[in-house]
Design a protein around this ligand. Structure first.
Ligand code: MRU
Length: 351
């Protein structure tokens, strides 16, 4: 976890609010946001003020509480109508990270199971469930760190992509939790962090988190990863995921597919660390994962200024899919899944 949690609830169910670290202004500025309207929660998810699959799920769960507070003075059916509207609305914020839909589904099922409660009691129950989602995510991060540690034990260098740490989860992170655990054992472990174009989560957030925790980090441009492998600077690549299909195909930040191909070409293990809430066992393979397309301005106006000719056309997929065949192991809170096959995934997740 960062010094302050990336996502938290402040106060009681009826009058409290969602508190976030605004990740769009890091590392230059540290700003906290108190969100009291579901529209601002939606905007915070859409614009990546809160981001990273598990953190999006936690924020959405609290967003449900924020969005239904105004309905507690109405009838039960008015409360349920508002709840359904809020659930559907939050589901439109981002398409790829399945944790969003997993958390909203949990909130929907909680409300259905407690349908006999009065609106205020139901609101309290919804907050309890959102807090449970946050707490469970924290515990899953710790378990992922423990299970992944042996895989990095003998590494002197490791490469990671995007941000998968305390900012992306309720705890220490997924891939970064494993890195933090390995760095506690081997303080000279050298992390290579891809800057992660176009929104620079690696440069702005991962480098910041690693430096805060005194873990040696070298920031590299995304295009340098292959050369870093060729020079034998890293003995493993470890990334997070936004959605993992039943066969192990794993969607993650754009650039992950290329890293998986490069790792295979250099005979370097490629690990994906994610909690069970990131698995979508309703889809057979990665072809069925919706890939978020984002605004062209993220590419044409990099680094706070225009960086492409006026009117230049772009293609800006925010995620890609690393095929299961390129993944050495999946690291979950339930254990390490290796080999990455449909049956092994089912066996470990059901254990
Ligand atoms: O667009 P983002 O910043 O939300 O993308 C985040 C990632 O791709 C992370 O690697 C993933 O969500 C795992 S976070 C533990």
């Amino acid at each position: 976890m960062t010094a302050q949690p990336a996502v938290a609830w402040i106060g009681d169910a009826a009058t409290g609010n969602l508190k976030l670290i605004d990740q769009t202004v890091l590392p230059v500025e540290y700003r906290e946001l108190n969100l009291t309207q579901v529209e601002t929660v939606w905007e915070a998810i859409k614009s990546l003020r809160v981001r990273g699959a598990p953190a999006i799920g936690v924020a959405a769960a609290y967003g449900v509480v924020v969005g239904t507070q105004s309905a507690v003075r109405g009838t039960s059916s008015e409360f349920v109508a508002r709840l359904n509207h809020v659930l559907d609305y939050l589901a439109t914020s981002r398409p790829t990270a399945v944790n969003l839909f997993w958390a909203l589904d949990r909130m929907r099922r909680t409300a259905t199971a407690a349908a006999e409660l009065s609106p205020i009691d139901l609101l309290n129950r919804l907050l309890e469930e959102a807090c449970a989602i946050e707490q469970e995510d924290r515990e899953m991060c710790a378990a992922i760190g423990r299970h992944g540690l042996p895989l990095l034990r003998d590494c002197s260098g490791v490469l990671t992509h995007c941000n998968t740490g305390g900012l992306a989860t309720a705890g220490d992170g997924t891939a970064l939790a494993v890195i933090f655990a390995a760095a506690r054992l081997n303080p000279s472990l050298q992390v290579y962090a891809d800057e992660t174009r176009p929104l620079l989560q690696g440069a702005r957030l991962t480098a910041w988190e690693l430096m805060q925790r005194q873990v040696p980090v070298k920031l590299i441009c995304d295009s340098m990863a292959g050369w870093v492998m060729k020079e034998q600077r890293v003995q493993a690549v470890i990334v997070g995921a936004d959605r993992i299909a039943a066969n192990g195909d794993s969607a993650n930040k754009i650039g992950t597919y290329s890293l998986s191909v490069l790792a295979k070409a250099h005979n370097i293990p490629f690990y994906v660390a994610a909690p069970s809430s990131t698995f979508d066992l309703t889809i057979d393979n990665g072809d069925q994962i919706p890939i978020e397309q984002r605004a062209s301005s993220e590419i044409t106006n990099a680094f706070g200024r225009q960086t492409a000719p006026e009117g230049c056309d772009t293609y800006n997929p925010a995620f890609d899919v690393a095929p299961a065949g390129n993944i050495t192991a999946l690291i979950t809170e339930k254990g390490v899944i290796q080999p990455v096959t449909k049956s092994q995934i089912a066996a470990v997740l059901n254990s």
